[in-house]
Structures are given as C-alpha cells and as structure tokens.
Design a protein around this ligand. Structure first.
Ligand SMILES: *Cc1c(COP(=O)(O)O)cnc(C)c1O
Length: 406
C-alpha cells in the first residue's frame, strides 16, 4: 500500500476505498500521482460534461473568482438572474416558472420534498410515492425517498409516508388507488432513467401515466433529473422526450461541469408554493457557481453539443454490441448502461482500470459510462479498444457453461 492510501485510510471518513490518487485532467484524460493516464468515461459520475480543464470552465471560474465570488442570498447577482432565466427556457417552464439554485442534487431534492409538504399542507396529505430502485441522495430527506435498504436502514427512522411503486404501470395505478383510501398523495418523485440503479429505464408510458395520475389526484409530479438533466440524454431534460410537463424538476451533476451546483425548477402553480422565510441556502447560487453554470450551458448550446451527445451515444452502443459478455445497452445519449451476461461488473470495472479506463459498476451485471459531451472519434475508438480488452479478459477468466458442466 502506498503512502496516500495510508493517509486516506487514516484521515478520510471511513466510507470505502479510493481507487487512485488523481492529480490532473485534460479533456477525457486524467492522470494519477505516478503519471499514469486514464481515459475517463465516468466523468466524475456524469458531472464533467465538458471533460477536464475545459477552457470555458477555466475561464468562467477564473474570471468570476477575480470579480465577485460570493454575496449570500440577501443579494442577487447578474449571473444568478441569467441562470434562472436560462434554466426556465431550457426546461420550457414558460412565464410561470421559478428556479432555486442549490449546491448539490441531494440539496435540490430536499427542497423538492419541502415543495411536496407545502403542496399537501392544505389537504393534510404528505404521502410521497417513489419508484423501486430509485436513488435520490444521501441527506436524510432524500434518503427517505431511496428504497435501497443498505442505504437507509442504518439511519432509520427516516421520513414517514414514503411508498414504493414497482416499475410497472399496473403498480403505479394500484399505488394511487390505495393512497386514496388513506388520505391521498402529496407528490410522486421519479427519475426518468434510474442512473444509480444501473441505468434502468422505466416502462413505456410510465411517466405519462404518472403525469395523468398525479394530475387527477392533485399530487405533484417531481422529476429527479440530477443525473439525466443538463443535456446528458441528448435533450436538455429527459422528460422532454416524453411530451409531458412536470410540476418540478431537480438537476445537478452536469449543470456546472464540475462546479458543485444543483437546482430546483418549478412549473405553473407549483411556482407559487414557497414564500419568504420557507427556504434558503448560504452558498446556493452564489456568483461563482452561477457564472460557471451559465458559461457551461451557453457553450453546450452554442456548439450544438447535444447533437454530439446523441451521435456518440449511438456509436458507443453500436460499438459494444457483440463484445464478449455484453448482452445489451440501455439509457439515452451519453448515460449508458452496458448489461453483462454474468454478475461480473466489478471484475470488468477492475480490468478496465488496470488498462487505464475509468467506468463504474452500479449493479452486479451493469457497467455505466457517462463521458463528456465533447468526446470525438478518438475517444470513442480508444474506449471501445480498452473496454473490449477488459471484457475479453474477464470472459476468459470465468468458466463457460460447458466447462461448468464438464
Ligand atoms: C447523484 C444523484 C443524486 C444525489 O446528488 P448529490 O449531488 O450527490 O447530492 C440524486 N438523485 C439522482 C438521480 C442522482 O443521480
């Protein structure tokens, strides 16, 4: 074990190992302290949408840091106003939209929970529906919306009144019917694609039915687009492919390309629920974060990068098709889950790491990639080469069904 691992093991909170000591990045490459280069196809878990040290990012942070970094929410800044207007436009809220700027996905989701409380206050409803496999964050409120037992059980009791719906339209309908019997639903919170569960898609029509049922039951439809938002799927927001309008959407990860930021965007009547004194955040939407997000989102738009997200996503999916162990792909744009024929995702991740490729394994049999929106031919080719070598090595190391029989 090298020295940095000793330091990490002793000084960092005991929450799991660190895979490497990274010291520098450029484009889709990162380097560790020994000068070893990795192709980064995880992008800081769907965050570094322009790759590393992109000139637009560097310029925006540097310029704003030298101008005005932080002022508290007693004051507005031009970047904050520009960002709110931009997010309303990109999300398609129309006039009656509002934006709150936060620092993370979890924080944006905490506010979404408070939105559901304000909505349900008059009717006495507080039940929130979530979907099996959902991940909404690690803070106590967001954790309460996250069904996975390993994440929440150590911290129980969590918020009461959260019910889990299976990923089927039938289960969705049953949940609303059952909730009527005991008081009704305040809100449903859904990820359009479940990133942490392993890039799991919802059944066709699920979101549209969720919209119909929430509307019919006077409940809010809140979409958690922390991972799918800000262009990751090739649309600014994944819900835009479904032809629905939610009451609120949360976004974070890619929104400022690595500067910590999150946002809650509300639509229509849901925009009128908060009032002075009901929420705030010291750092939320400070000039530094806002200026960075503006520069990033403007660059994505000006350069037409969403078309690249769609095209490169299709190339990557076609390219992994037919590789050893690979049974298929799911997701959209540059949020891709590569499904494997056996529960060997951890081995594949490790074999990739050994070959200088960063990916992750959100489930036993799924590899996730979420590379930069800027990747081109060279990055796609290098990924397919390294990933192909990694799955081939793992495939060769596990017994085939015939060998098992023999
Ligand atoms: C990452 C993620 C979160 C949590 O965001 P943090 O910034 O880590 O708090 C919430 N929801 C989804 C869908 C995510 O992918």
């Amino acid at each position: 074990m090298s020295v940095w691992q000793d330091d990490a093991g002793r000084d960092l909170m005991n929450l799991g190992g660190r895979l490497a000591l990274l010291v520098r990045g450029e484009g889709s490459s990162v380097w560790d302290a020994d000068g070893r280069r990795y192709l980064d196809f995880l992008g800081g878990i769907a965050v570094n949408c322009l790759g590393h040290a992109h000139p637009v990012f560097v310029e925006a942070v540097s310029r704003q840091a030298a101008t005005l970094a932080h002022v508290s929410n007693y004051f507005a800044s031009p970047g904050q106003l520009e960002l709110a207007a931009r997010l309303k436009r990109l999300a398609g809220t129309g006039e009656r939209g509002r934006v709150f700027l936060a620092n993370s996905g979890g924080e944006a989701n905490e506010m979404a929970i408070k939105l559901s409380r304000l909505h349900g206050r008059d009717t006495g409803r507080s039940t929130v529906l979530v979907v099996e496999g959902a991940f909404h964050g690690r803070t106590m409120g967001a954790l309460s919306l996250t069904p996975k037992a390993a994440y929440r059980e150590p911290f129980e009791p969590v918020l009461p009144g959260v019910r889990t719906v299976q990923r089927s339209i039938e289960s969705l309908e049953e949940a609303f019917a059952a909730a009527v019997a005991d008081g009704g639903v305040a809100a449903m919170v859904v990820e359009p694609i479940q990133g942490e569960a392993g890039v799991v898609e919802l059944p066709d029509g699920f979101l549209r039915r969720a919209r119909e049922l929430t509307s019919a039951h006077d409940a809010l439809l809140i979409l958690d687009e922390v991972q799918t938002g800000a262009g990751r799927t090739g649309e600014w927001f994944a819900f835009q492919r479904e032809g629905i309008v939610p009451d609120a959407v949360t976004v974070a990860k890619s929104i400022a390309a690595g500067f910590p930021m999150g946002a809650l965007i509300t639509f229509g009547d849901a925009s009128e629920l908060f009032y002075p004194g009901t929420h705030n955040s010291t750092f939320g939407g400070n000039p530094l974060a806002s200026a960075t997000a503006n520069a990033i989102l403007a660059h994505i738009e000006d350069e037409g990068l969403l078309a690249n997200v769609v095209a490169r996503g299709a190339e990557l999916r076609a390219g992994v098709d037919g590789l050893p162990l690979v049974t298929g792909t799911r997701g959209a744009g540059l949020l891709i889950g590569i499904t494997l024929a056996a529960p060997v995702a951890a081995q594949v991740r490790e074999a990739a790491h050994e070959r200088g490729l960063i990916v992750n394994a959100p489930a036993d049999d799924v590899i996730r990639i979420a590379p930069a929106y800027t990747i081109g031919d060279a990055e796609v080719a290098e990924f397919l080469d390294l990933f192909g070598a990694a799955v081939s090595a793992v495939a060769a190391s596990i017994p085939t069904p015939t060998e098992t029989l023999a």
